[in-house]
Design a protein around this ligand. Sequence first.
Ligand SMILES: C[S@@+](CC[C@H](N)C(=O)[O-])C[C@H]1O[C@@H](n2cnc3c(N)ncnc32)[C@H](O)[C@@H]1O
Length: 193
Amino acid sequence: MSSDNPIAKDMRVLDSLLRENVAPHLREKALRDMRILNLACGQCDEAETLVKFAQEETPGEVQLIGADIRIREILQAREQHAKLPAEFLLEDATRLDAHKQIGDGFNMVLLRHQNFWHGPELWKKIFEQGLERTGDDGLLVITSYYDKEHRLALDALKDLGAELIETKHNLLARKLRKPGKFVDKHMAVLRRK
Ligand SMILES: C[S@@+](CC[C@H](N)C(=O)[O-])C[C@H]1O[C@@H](n2cnc3c(N)ncnc32)[C@H](O)[C@@H]1O
């Protein structure tokens, strides 16, 4: 990917967000291996960034599982990231309980560009399933395109019993066409209470 490519730039920004906002909380746990679950991952542009980040943060094995309800995105992710220690599953993230293959006890569950605004009830279920998949000391990380959507998602997560560790307004976020919409405009780190 060329370094001028907007997605490549987004990935550099995402990498900094992970290092500044997530890594310090993971380091507290002195993890040996790292398992990441990326729910509603789409085609998972961020797969390589996530794997590299995890490999640099832990001495042991890294595993990334991505899940999305759209087959086209999952097939794209599988093709694009075939060489990574990653698996991409066609899954309804509101019903992960029905799918034992995914497992639980993830060190980090990511919901990048969560879409709470477009279906609060659906996304509450996805958040609930994500929180359940975090291990005892795992983190749930969300990013948001919009200010308001971020606030609404954080309120919903708190109602579900999540504790906000920190939230960061990303001033380097790339502006998109729709008013107020930016790539990874906010990142929040939470955990189960
Ligand atoms: C705004 S997109 C974000 C995609 C990706 N995380 C990103 O940052 O580019 C929201 C994603 O949620 C997925 N999604 C919606 N409902 C879902 C469900 N019930 N289970 C799994 N994925 C779902 C959509 O297919 C879509 O890929």
